[in-house]
Design a protein around this ligand. Structure first.
Ligand SMILES: COc1ccc(-c2nc3ccccc3n2[C@H](C(=O)NC2CCCCC2)C2CCCCC2)c(OC)c1
Length: 218
């Protein structure tokens, strides 16, 4: 049984990324807003666009703290941000949804989202994803690293130097793999499950444009 050990450098890398991830959170808590009041489909659509916009700004600030990201070709940095923004948004939504809340709150939040204006056909895949993320019970380091791995996807459209992105992503995957083994010793396939979520995330993100276009406005 190989002894898995996170090196000092990897520890430092994880701390930088996790601190940045926690620092760059959405200003106001959308879940609290949704739990407080019921909004019309139009108001919900507006809320979503506001949240998505502020999330993109947060994402840009977060990526500046990923060691090595700013050393990438400038245009590649933009291609990576554009290519991962929707996935990062759904990943953040899943984490918001899966957060521990007082009993009954998650059910209310789910109901508010189901009735928000999003069209029926997307509700099941979206909640399947949210629940599959929730079942992983990720620690914050894993959440931060998973978002980082998503951003550093080499095969985004228009990325020129894919090798450079691949090297960075490999660095993050190595830390994430070790962290998964140490955090979930009883579940050797946990890391594989985690990466499997990224495939589900990419599929869900393909629906994004249609989800917006089919928002039920009265
Ligand atoms: C494209 O279609 C959709 C549909 C639903 C969501 C969604 N899933 C959620 C799960 C937990 C809490 C909020 C959630 N949201 C919207 C929101 O505000 N998402 C924010 C995006 C940036 C990162 C923080 C979450 C809500 C939904 C209810 C109506 C108002 C917007 C969504 O988030 C991409 C996208």
């Amino acid at each position: 049984k190989e002894k898995v050990e996170i090196t000092k450098e990897q520890q430092a890398l994880m701390k930088i990324i996790t601190d940045a991830y926690n620092r760059h959170q959405i200003p106001q808590d959308v879940a609290k807003k949704l739990l407080q009041d019921q909004y019309s489909a139009e108001e919900n659509f507006l809320l979503l666009t506001e949240m998505a916009t502020s999330q993109v700004q947060v994402l840009v600030e977060f990526t500046k703290n990923i060691p090595g990201f700013l050393s990438l070709d400038r245009e590649d940095q933009i291609a990576l941000l554009k290519g991962s923004a929707v996935e990062a948004m759904f990943l953040r939504s899943a984490q918001v949804f899966s957060r521990k809340m007082p009993s009954g709150h998650t059910e209310v939040l789910e109901e508010r989202i189901r009735k928000s204006g999003i069209s029926e056909e997307f509700i099941t895949p979206m909640f399947n994803f949210y629940k599959s993320i929730g079942e992983l019970h990720m620690v914050q380091e894993e959440q931060a690293l998973l978002t980082t791995v998503t951003i550093l996807t080499p095969d985004r459209p228009y990325v020129k130097d894919q090798q450079a992105v691949e090297r960075l992503q490999e660095t993050m995957l190595d830390v994430l793999r070790k962290l998964c083994v140490l955090q979930h010793p009883q579940e050797p396939q946990y890391f594989a499950r985690l990466l499997g979520r990224l495939t589900e995330l990419r599929t869900l993100s393909h629906y994004h444009t249609e989800m917006l276009a089919s928002w039920r406005m009265n």
